[in-house]
Design a protein around this ligand. Structure first.
Ligand SMILES: C[S@@+](CC[C@H](N)C(=O)[O-])C[C@H]1O[C@@H](n2cnc3c(N)ncnc32)[C@H](O)[C@@H]1O
Length: 398
């Protein structure tokens, strides 16, 4: 069970937070314990004073070292991660939430008034901010971070429901609809009523890319590199994420069945799979003599296939997105030939890089799918061009 301790001068603020919805359920199901500690109780001052005026003058009161140092000392263990809430800290992200959800003991220190004595930072592991604005205290930031962390603890929410959430894979979520099908003339997209799960998945993946491109292009830039020749997948980022998704249980299972595979992750340029026999002899070498192996993960064959398929799907999503961008730009002939060139290169790259992992049957299917997308794109572009020419002709005649 994860333990969270919150050092605050206003413990009552957390009563509502702890007694409703998913957080309450997580506490009841012993997935997490959330305790508030009033560090005023640790003040050595007879009036229980916790703050004082700043040296050098200036407005406001500053939280003193002693009560906070002593409060932390009373609960800290080797496994504790101490987070100081501060508008000057590292900006909180979903990635940080995932990382924190794997910790055993979190201690949050909530500031108030003008802030902290600077020396308090020395006993904290991280300074975290929830955004570029100033709040009256660290209580709301502590709740925000706890909420996003607790829902990621194994078993708190259905793993499936967090899979496609915004910010996973640096993409926003796809649009959702529920009953009725038609509300005041606003209809649910037909595809969601089709019952064809493959089509629905493709539509959703496509929407995730489009929504991200529209609302948060900065996220897409993290996922893919954009240069003069168009969008290129940033292999480092995507492969790293995929590799992180490999669960320890999968690795253990692989050990049991004796199906060992090695994954070289030293420079993530490519996934290199070495032979089982090599592990037995501990002869670990990179592809070229100068490479050295820094980390080894042992995974099942089926898992490698899964990762390879996921990577290929992402590449096709990006191609689809590129096709749509070119289609939205009527006169972009240069873009048309560029994106068709990219599609050909993608096919070649998939054949060269993924045939070993996915087998010829899957590769054939993937290539057919890309060919289908190319055909649909060419049809749409041809129709668009003839339509544009016709409208120009009509305008000329007028
Ligand atoms: C009024 S603020 C102090 C602001 C400080 N004087 C400054 O300008 O950086 C009081 C406390 O609220 C918390 N706080 C305020 N805004 C925050 C934010 N955006 N993220 C995290 N904590 C914040 C911190 O614990 C901070 O010490």
């Amino acid at each position: 069970m994860m333990k969270i301790d919150i050092l605050t001068l206003f413990p009552n603020m957390f009563n509502g937070f702890k007694s409703e919805s998913i957080i309450k359920r997580a506490i009841d199901n012993k997935k997490v314990s959330i305790n508030t500690i009033n560090f005023r109780d640790f003040s050595a001052n007879k009036h229980k004073k916790v703050d004082d005026t700043p040296y050098g003058g200036g407005s406001g009161m500053v939280l003193m070292c002693q009560p906070i140092f002593d409060a932390i000392d009373s609960i800290k263990t080797k496994k504790s991660k101490i987070i100081l809430l501060s508008p000057q800290g590292k900006k909180f992200t979903q990635k940080m939430a995932y990382k924190l959800s794997k910790e055993e003991h979190l201690i949050f220190v909530c500031g108030h008034y003008e802030g902290f004595d600077e020396r308090i930072k020395n006993i904290c592991d991280e300074e975290v901010s929830i955004g570029d604005y100033v709040l009256t205290g660290g209580e709301l930031p502590a709740m925000v971070i706890c909420d996003s962390v607790v829902r990621l603890i194994d078993g708190v929410i259905d793993a499936e429901s967090s899979k496609n959430e915004s910010f996973n894979d640096n993409l926003l979520d796809y649009p959702n609809y529920t009953k009725p099908r038609n509300y005041k003339g606003m209809k649910v997209p037909d595809i969601l009523l089709s019952g064809d799960h493959e089509k629905i998945n493709n539509w959703r993946n496509d929407k995730r890319l489009k929504v991200t491109a529209e609302k948060r292009p900065d996220l897409l830039n993290k996922r893919v590199k954009i240069d003069k020749s168009g969008i290129k997948e940033n292999k480092n980022k995507i492969s790293l994420d995929d590799i992180k998704n490999i669960k320890v249980t999968e690795i253990k299972q692989a050990k049991k069945t004796g199906k060992y595979k090695l994954l070289r992750t030293s420079d993530i340029k490519a996934i290199t799979i070495l032979d089982t026999s090599i592990i037995k002899g501990y002869k670990l070498k990179g592809k070229s003599g100068s490479d050295h192996v820094t980390k080894i993960l042992i995974v099942k064959n089926s898992f490698i296939k899964k990762i390879a398929m996921k990577n290929v799907k992402k590449k096709i999503d990006i191609l689809n997105y590129r096709f749509n961008i070119v289609l939205s730009n009527e006169d972009d002939d240069e873009g048309t030939s560029r994106v068709l060139g990219e599609a050909e290169m993608l096919k070649q790259m998939i054949i060269n890089m993924y045939s070993n992992y996915l087998g010829s049957e899957n590769i054939d299917k993937i290539i057919k799918r890309i060919n289908y997308l190319i055909n649909e794109f060419v049809k749409a572009k041809t129709f668009q061009n003839s339509f544009v020419n016709k409208t120009k002709e009509v305008q000329r005649k007028i």
